[in-house]
Design a binder for this molecule. Sequence first.
Ligand code: ZN
Length: 290
Amino acid sequence: MSNTRRIMLSPGMGFLWVCTLVGLGCSKAETQSPAGLDRHRTEQILPVNLNDAEEESYMVFLTRILEEAEIPEELARHIQGVAAEGPAFLMDLLSALEGDPYLRVLVDKEHALAVAYEPEDLVELTGGFYRVSRRGLLLRRAAGMALEEMAAAAQADGVLITVSSAYRSYSYQETVYARNVRESGQETADRESARPGHSQHQLGLVVDFDPIDDSFAETKAGPWVEEHGRLFGWSISYPQGYEALTGYRWESWHYRYVGRELTYFIDTYFNGIQQYALRFIYHWEKAGGL
Ligand SMILES: [Zn+2]
């Protein structure tokens, strides 16, 4: 196969990993599981062993993508250092690139979803371990399951999670945005709501917990979700202190389901900042990957 190539890596870590890269994916090779790998990685070992030339081109490519994604210098240097030390960064990236592309698609002020995009597997949130503030809230099936799983763990800790908002169609966004502009002016509307097509809520992978305001951070659920959400694949989209990056004020209540591989990748290499990681991935995939 012309788009298949084998990368032999010698990371000098006392074991040999062999990986076949097919485009951006990687076959789940049978390998020994080296000690020390965390549970995110043991299921899919992506052994990598680059010769000097391959390693150099990998580092050159990585540097280019970090620049294109406008990752801040200090963070970019850190990532380059980690990537040069061994295969973990590349392996974790490839893990994050597996599966449903909508988990990682960049949707922000500059990048919109298609007007017609509507997920096919939306299910109504009925509330098992969590509550809903009203009927008719929809999420994609995987996100709904991850929500239920997280809410069960929260309840075991004595914390009740309530969902106030979930999927928003394109036409619904049009209505909300127009109303916000009418009531608060365009500048405020842009800071607090998305233009139609630019809302992560259109993915059907996003929830706003209750209440949808700063007081969510003061509830028991606020800090609980902030600490444990990542273990269930939930990532805060607009963290405190990053308005210049995300374009949105801090939204302690707005979480996107990206899956566990991606929350691990975001936390481990991008300081927990979803926007950096998704922007990096966007440019990595746009450039065709390795
Ligand atoms: Zn939201």
